[in-house]
Design a protein around this ligand. Sequence first.
Ligand SMILES: *Cc1c(COP(=O)(O)O)cnc(C)c1O
Length: 360
Amino acid sequence: MKHISFYPGPSEVYSQVPIYVQEAYERNILSINHRSDTFIEISYKAISFLKEKLNVPSDYTVFYASSATECWEIIAQSLIQQRSFHLYNGAFGKKWFQYTQKLKENAQLITGYAFDIQEDISIEEVQSQVWDTHEIICLTHNETSNGTAIPLQSMAKIRQAFPKHLIAVDATSSMAGIELPFAQADIWYASVQKCFGLPAGMAVMICSSRAIERALKINARQHYNSLAFMWDKIQDWQTTYTPNVLNIYLLMRVMEEAPPIGEVGQKISQRAQANYALFDQLEGFGLLIENSQVRSDTVIAVKGGVSSIEEIKKKALSQNIILGNGYGDWKNTSFRVANFPAIPNHNFALLEEFMLKNSS
Ligand SMILES: *Cc1c(COP(=O)(O)O)cnc(C)c1O
């Protein structure tokens, strides 16, 4: 029997994915040359549908990469000469920060600020720590590890406070799930195994013209995915290496069929509210994030005692329901529920029924 998965990545794929895979096979897509006209057409359409459905400004460029982790590398190698600033409150943002420190010669010039999971970012605090010489400010829009999200008003405030800095945003577990204010930052990226509802093994990176200008000025070209080199290739909708053609095809089909992101985001937000209300009332469990202002719509973190968490996950599994493990500091005292668009409402109805029956 097929599991119902609420794992926040890799997560449930769209139910049409097997049909699209078959279609790709029958249309001879699986072995096409990545310099061929057929590939170029698929890639062009994938990017065009994505920009249309997600409301990406026309002067932003969409690139393909292999993973969000690779995007951390691309940014460090192609957009940071010496100094970046990292704002984080959880495991993924912290990893990005540490990754960048490891990649740059002078690690102490890569600075960061950890904020509390129950609190919104304090602009005053950030202003006191970001210098003019920081080349880029790095944010994690949706912190998958603890179910927080940076409120969109705060994203706008950061943009206003730092009009000259490049701003890079890890939106791995929110892009394609909620409407993102692309114009408020310069680099946005996400791997596709979360809100895009696709199999793992690819990421998209969306850059403003300012970000591209910076990359071309720095003109680092020593890596296969140096941004300046990627820019050359994407002029013809191509990549610097043989890409995940099947996933690009799947992205094209999923984006072609997707409703506009405004609609998707509204449904996700309503479903998030319903789930927060449900988990809040359950005996023995509670919401990890008490401040509703900073709760994520796409990843719901539920806290509980070590034994209740262990037990509920086990019970769920025995009924073919997979709850996401807690992550990092909250590994044993929370579980996570992905609220991604590919997961049908029906699965949430089953989850509700299960939780009401099985919480003490
Ligand atoms: C999942 C995740 C990543 C890592 O994605 P990979 O595809 O494994 O590189 C990075 N950042 C966030 C916020 C994530 O949720």
